[in-house]
Ligand binder design. Structure first.
Ligand SMILES: Cc1ncc(COP(=O)(O)O)c(C=O)c1O
Length: 369
């Protein structure tokens, strides 16, 4: 593994790279709220008034009204009965895995699930089988094979970060026996997908009663931390049974204040979601018109695998010449040799999108030949 280069974000859509200011189409801060003045001010104000850190578990003396208030606001925004904060999105999945230990006879997990679901599944104390990526038919066959009396937990990402595709949650619920449940890691869908930004569940039009939705506050909200959106009973159970909750300091209070501010902005500006989809839709349509093969996926992600080392070098050079950061990533779950992945945000200007599309449409169609 080669260590990734340090980058410095200098504005909502730019970074400094080797002393040059480049347009940045990476990271998953889909609305670029990490640098929004209202979000930064909320964090700075909280740092002055309530301090940086509670220095204790929420199970002991580390609970705070700001955490409770954020949880209430998250539950309302996402239309869930309750929310519970965890120090990170990663730990949200672990906390659910710990709380569900011993409750299921089988765990069926999408083969391309994010690593934190795989780690969470280890806590379940039951066999963990993987089903082919987004394949409802295979999942149906495997649930039937589990046999009568089985209790099944399905684990999947909501929106997959490698290509912006989504899990067919409705198909999954249709084959899940009545006593089964589904854990949906919606780190990327939350705030982005669905009419109200409630994520993949809203996008798929499914009822959340048999679903536990985990999210991160570090992507669409531009803040930091994780949350589990679930029933009140499950919230209680995680607090009682999960060491990831009980044995860890919650994330810093200023980040909770930042998340509240970001949530308010998303509520006040529903048009940002439409802008995000319009931006991504325009780039995807322009590339497809030029012969770039892209998956049919609703997420604002442009995956471009398949470059030879020479083609990758050429594209990197062309992007740099156009003042665009060449976002080539090596990430668990993606192609081992790495691939170009561009993440579109609502804050990119049409000029920036045109510059990106202009370079990609010139280079990528030649790759297959
Ligand atoms: C699908 C998915 N789940 C969970 C996480 C972890 O969230 P966090 O960064 O808040 O720990 C990530 C990445 O950041 C992710 O992409």
């Amino acid at each position: 593994m080669t260590e990734a280069k340090p980058l410095q974000q200098t504005g909502r859509t730019h970074i400094l790279y080797r002393g040059r200011k480049l347009a940045y189409f990476a990271g998953c801060d889909y609305f670029r709220l990490a640098r929004h003045p209202a979000v930064a001010q909320a964090a700075a104000r909280a740092c002055r008034t309530v301090g940086l850190n509670v220095s204790a578990s929420r199970r002991t003396t580390g609970n705070h009204v700001l955490y409770l208030s954020l949880e209430r606001q998250l539950a309302v925004f996402f239309g869930a009965p309750a929310a519970l904060l965890l120090p990170t999105g990663y730990m949200g999945d672990l906390a659910v895995g710990q709380a569900l230990a011993g409750q299921f006879t089988h765990a069926l997990m999408d083969a391309r699930s994010h690593g934190c679901l795989g780690t969470a599944a280890r806590f379940l104390d039951c066999p963990v089988l993987t089903f082919p990526h987004r394949n409802g038919g295979e999942l149906a066959r495997m649930t039937a094979e589990c046999g009568p009396g089985s209790r099944i937990l399905i684990l999947t990402d909501g929106m997959f970060s490698h290509d912006g595709s989504v899990a067919p949650l409705k198909d999954y619920l249709a084959v899940l026996p009545a006593n089964g449940m589904m854990l949906v890691d919606d780190a990327h869908g939350a705030g982005v997908l669905g009419q109200h930004g409630r994520g993949t569940l809203e996008f798929a039009g499914v009822d959340r009663r048999r679903i536990i939705q985990t999210i991160t506050l570090s992507k669409a909200l531009g803040a930091y931390g994780g949350a589990v959106l679930t029933s009140r009973a499950m919230r209680e159970r995680i607090m009682a049974a999960s060491n990831s909750f009980a044995g860890a300091t919650p994330f810093p209070l200023p980040l909770a204040a930042a998340a509240v501010a970001a949530l308010n902005l998303l509520k006040e500006h529903p048009g940002w979601r439409a802008q995000l989809m319009e931006n991504a839709g325009w780039v995807k349509a322009t590339l497809r018109d030029s012969g770039v093969p892209l998956p049919e996926a609703p997420g604002p992600i442009i995956p471009l695998p398949g470059a030879t080392p020479t083609q990758a070098r050429q594209l990197r050079r062309a992007l740099l010449a156009a003042d665009i950061y060449p976002s080539f990533i090596q990430y668990p779950g993606g192609p081992a040799s790495g691939y170009f992945r561009f993440v579109i945000s609502s804050a990119h200007t049409r000029r920036q999108l045109e510059a990106l599309a202009g370079v990609l449409r010139h280079h990528v169609p030649r790759w297959a030949k």
